[in-house]
Write a protein that binds this ligand. Structure first.
Ligand code: AMP
Length: 417
């Protein structure tokens, strides 16, 4: 397999799939540049070796349509600054960048507009439901269009580098299909991909126990696969964040206006059953910081997670929960964290996530290996100034979790064959 260290980039154009899906504030400023920094070793290496760079990425979920708020043009100058180059050229239509790509010289950088402005990138038919009898035909047609789209992207460059770990679990045009248009000597993984894949291998090949996973975020549904899988691997599992209330509701608790998935009550009970069967200690929040509005300025008080009055909603783990989480993490030797314990974006509801972050940092100081994945958990670690006190910060959320599940990521398979 070709590697980025062995490839001769001099005089070549490299098209690199990165994950520049960075969070922006309402003025288009980047609020966390972890993902850009993650791609720099690969991008700088190619420039240093005398290559020309064509960078491609997605941002947000524009669902196959052009949307100004997801334009990568907004981050062009930040990318130039991070790369230490005077200019990053911008191609406003990623599928019609032939002229810009052809004109690119060694040492120059071209950033393509958001790939997901085209439905072909994800390859899912638009405007038709799965239940529709015409869906299969539409899917087939879109898959053919996806190949054509990938072929156009491939035509811009001499070689392809896959370095978008955050989307490596998706078989998209730019993350996997494009690799079919390069022979084995002209496609490779970037440094970030190599590093991320190795970090997961390190964890899975030699798990030091106790192994604890902390899963938070808003919903059970989006994480049920990994939760069930982790129940076969970990010694303890903290479930926190919005999913707390689906579990509380499943036991007949009062949860006021808290976020809940009423169609997942059985799923929650099933998770508890499986944990019991596997001898996994399931740790959940006994109390919550509740608010009378979904706002940082809401009135707050503490209540049991299963006795939240009408008109109030749980937005963070309560003081007892924070203590319980910290105690569960203490002494663990392998720690995986994905998803916040509350609405950490509001300063008044980030205490639960902070307690988790601090307990992880302390355990890491005492020799644990801690792996933090997913944009929100990484943002938490950065917000609390703990980035230097954890072992490994992954740029992947879903990709990290699928890799931990032991699945071969399509973005890796496309290169390795
Ligand atoms: P996810 O995308 O499922 O990983 O969820 C991440 C989001 O969950 C973050 O934006 C948090 O603000 C949100 N979140 C965490 N706890 C709660 C809660 N108790 N109520 C509503 N949203 C929450």
């Amino acid at each position: 397999m070709m590697t980025i260290d062995n490839y001769k980039f001099a005089g070549k154009k490299a098209i690199v799939r990165v994950d520049f899906n960075v969070p922006l504030d309402e003025n288009g400023n980047i609020t966390d540049d972890t993902r850009i920094r993650g791609a720099l070793p690969t991008l700088k290496h190619i420039l240093d070796e005398g290559g020309a760079l064509i960078i491609m990425s997605h941002m947000g979920k524009p669902k196959g349509k052009v949307a100004a708020k997801y334009s990568l043009g907004q981050i062009k100058d930040a990318v130039a600054k991070a790369l230490g180059v005077a200019e990053v050229k911008f191609a406003p239509d990623c599928a019609k960048a032939q002229a810009e790509a052809a004109a690119l010289k060694a040492g120059e950088v071209l950033l393509l507009e958001n790939l997901r402005f085209y439905p072909e990138e994800e390859g899912k038919p638009v405007g038709i439901e799965k239940e529709d009898p015409a869906y299969e035909a539409a899917k087939k047609e879109m898959k053919a269009r996806q190949k054509d789209f990938a072929k156009v992207l491939a035509s811009y460059a001499d070689c392809y580098v896959m370095d978008a770990f955050g989307t490596a679990h998706r078989k998209h045009a730019s993350t996997a299909v494009i690799a079919d248009y390069f022979d084995a000597d002209n496609k490779m993984l970037g440094y970030l991909m190599e590093k991320e894949v190795k970090a997961v291998d390190n964890v899975l090949s030699d798990i030091k126990r106790p192994f604890i996973a902390i899963m938070g975020g808003s919903k059970v549904s989006s994480k049920i696969g990994i939760i069930e899988n982790l129940l076969g691997k970990v010694d303890k599992l903290i479930l926190c964040g919005g999913m707390t209330y689906t579990f509380a509701k499943a036991h007949g608790g009062e949860i006021g206006e808290s976020i809940v998935e009423m169609d997942k009550l059985d799923v929650a009970l099933g998770v508890e059953e499986l944990a019991k069967k596997n001898g996994v200690e399931l740790v959940m929040a006994p109390d919550a910081i509740i608010a009378d509005d979904f706002s940082n300025n809401a009135n707050t008080k503490v209540a049991p997670s299963n006795a939240i009055p009408a008109g109030w909603q749980g937005l963070d783990a309560g003081p007892e929960a924070q203590k319980k989480f910290a105690a569960a993490i203490k002494g663990c030797k392998t720690i995986l964290w994905n998803g916040p314990a509350g609405v950490f974006e509001f300063d008044n509801f980030c205490a639960g996530s902070r307690a988790i972050g601090e307990a992880i940092a302390e355990a890491t100081d005492n020799g644990a290996f801690s792996l933090i994945g997913g944009g929100d958990s990484v943002a938490c670690v950065n917000k609390f100034g703990l980035a230097d006190r954890v072992s490994y910060i992954s740029t992947g959320g879903g990709a990290l979790l699928e890799a931990i599940e032991g699945k071969v990521l399509p973005g890796v398979a496309a290169i390795k064959g």
